[in-house]
Design a protein around this ligand. Structure first.
Ligand code: ZN
Ligand code: ZN
Ligand code: ZN
Length: 178
């Protein structure tokens, strides 16, 4: 499978990393309002009730650079920062970050689970059927559940999981050439 344009949605420069946190975590934004300062990854972990460890700081840093990353890719990048870390340790870190609301797990049909640092805003995803690239799209309503079903069967609903599927611009261009 080729990802002809994955760099478009890939990483951003590390200098913008702390700024991105503001878009990515509601609590980070609230902390900024209260203190007037951008919270560091260490402060974010503490504010979410998590012990500060090197693997957690590394994974948070990787996710904060943007994108929707598979565990294999997160592990590969984490091994550049940390001397040795097991895949199981990365799974444990991701589970802890997800429980604390610092990471979000998505699993589009046909794709392995992916993780991102943009949380708490009920944003949705557009997935390319051809190359698998994923783009964020803001929720038009803003909070879950953002779709009203024709009937609820007495359930109290808290989420509508919305995934848009289609062809990305690069794959449309490729298809047009054939
Ligand atoms: Zn595509
Ligand atoms: Zn996303
Ligand atoms: Zn929505």
């Amino acid at each position: 499978m080729r990802y002809p344009h994955s760099e478009i949605l890939g990483t951003v420069a590390p200098a913008t990393y702390l700024v991105l946190f503001l878009n990515r975590s509601k609590l980070a934004a609230e902390m900024e309002v209260m203190s007037g300062e951008t919270p560091t990854p260490t402060e974010l972990l503490r504010a979410h009730g998590l012990r500060v460890t090197k693997p957690r700081l590394a994974v948070l840093g990787i996710l904060s650079r943007g994108g929707h990353l598979e565990v294999d890719e997160i592990t590969r990048q984490a091994r550049e920062d940390l001397n040795s870390v097991s895949t199981q340790a990365i799974y444990d870190v991701l589970a802890a970050l997800a429980r604390a609301g610092l990471a979000r797990r998505i699993e589009p049909a046909g794709s392995p689970a992916r993780y991102e640092a943009r949380t708490g805003d009920n944003h949705h995803h557009i997935v390319c059927r051809a190359c698998g690239v994923i783009a964020d799209v803001d929720c038009a309503v803003g909070s879950a559940p953002c779709l009203d079903p024709s009937q609820t069967h007495g359930f109290e609903l808290d989420e509508a999981e919305v995934t848009y599927w289609g062809l990305c611009p690069a794959c449309r261009a490729l298809a047009a050439q054939d």
